[in-house]
Design a protein around this ligand. Sequence first.
Ligand code: ADP
Length: 497
Amino acid sequence: MTYILALDQGTTSSRTIVFDQAGQIKTIAQQEFTQIFPKPGWVEHDPKEIWQSQLTTLRDAISRSGIAPQALSCLGITNQRETTLVWDRRTGEPIYNAIVWQDRRAEQTCVRLRESGHQALVESKTGLRIDAYFSATKLHWLLENVPNARTQANQGHLAFGTVDTWLIWQLSGGKRHVTDVSNASRTMLFNIHKNTWDDELLALLDIPKSMMPEVLPSAADFGHTDVDILGHAIPIGGVAGDQQSALFGQACFHAGQAKNTYGTGCFMLTQTGSHAPSSQNGLITTAAAQPTGTPQFAIEGSVFIGGSVVQWLRDGLHAIESSSAVEALAAQVCDTGGVVVVPAFTGLGAPYWDANARGTITGLTRGTTMAHIARAALESIAFQSAALLQAMNRDALATGAPPVNELRVDGGACVNDFLMQFQADLLGISVIRPKVTETTALGAAYLAGLHTGIFANTEELSHLWQVERRFEPQMSREHAASRMAEWEQAVRQTVAR
Ligand code: ADP
């Protein structure tokens, strides 16, 4: 038996999972780290704490698994995307904290870019909308605001990286400055059609090309762990950003295969194969995890408030003691009694895009109880996800691409059977929960295993991926359409405010 290490560096915690060669979990180690909020709208992480927490879980997972380092054949990395780091190549010292994807400090730069008419250019090269979420304007902010950064960068002393790049730098003892295509595609500096850094975009934001890491396919030679770290050098063979890694871990290798992750927010990605669609429905195009040098793409949309609507029921409304109690509360009533919850707590994302919208509850009557609201809150997660999938299918239809005919699910809220059934009912397609729902880490393990030859090809991975439960649509299509219309009506009332 050989084993694969998957490092899953997330926004709030670092984790390491040891997988066996059948893709089954052997051990998980996890450690949270500090969230730094220096000003409203700013979110930072300490790069050294990211690394130390990751290293602690790596060592912990290995020692608890009882596996000798020699039996660990390779290592894969998946990570929070877009988060931006800069360090000095000579010393490895970060010049500033990591600026986290949620951070909005670069908004003004984005406004300027949009106002000077660059949206079409950026979209055509990167597949993205100009937004402070992506790395480019965060990196620009660092160069403009950290004392001496611009001079040091111009002299070639500074290195930029997303979190994968930072971890590989640390793991390899400063020998490798590399990233993979899926992470590169989230920087807004990468041409996803050519798989190269884009000189025009780098110039637009005044970023020296010497700062940029080498970009490799997602299964490739990313270097080795330094012998001093584990007493044994382990090849780093796979890297992908968290959502693309989850798409890969769900074995969505063919155009039209889709996954939705039900976490704090929801992230839906559909594999589009060699075709890079340009969305007419407010979605973004991104590089999928690419095990070879052949470009492969995905279309992506996200729901800002997904599972966190359940946290709001728990912590804001005190309607439940724990997240898992929501299913029983919702089951106390057989329908929402006409109540619709639109949890636009931070605005609405795709396909509505209204940053100023705020949440509403419509359809309240004298008979409304907390159970109706809890049920409607759960339904809102499925309604928002259904609206995303419908938008993806509209894009597919316009380009002759195959529509999505089943949805693979993961994330903390996918354990909720009511939610999964309602999702299948709304969409009219099967919703499939796999046995291993740690698909983000699994994707990185699959990629590393492909590179090192543990797995022959993606065909073999498709066979390893196993179904835990299929939720088949039970609602009539007419009823599903009328429920969806009820949701859209409530959204219109939310947006109109
Ligand atoms: P993230 O990775 O975004 O931190 P997770 O994938 O760990 O999130 O999922 C956590 C989310 O899932 C929380 O928002 C929580 O409220 C929600 N959640 C957990 N259990 C349930 C449940 N039984 N029903 C609905 N939502 C749940």
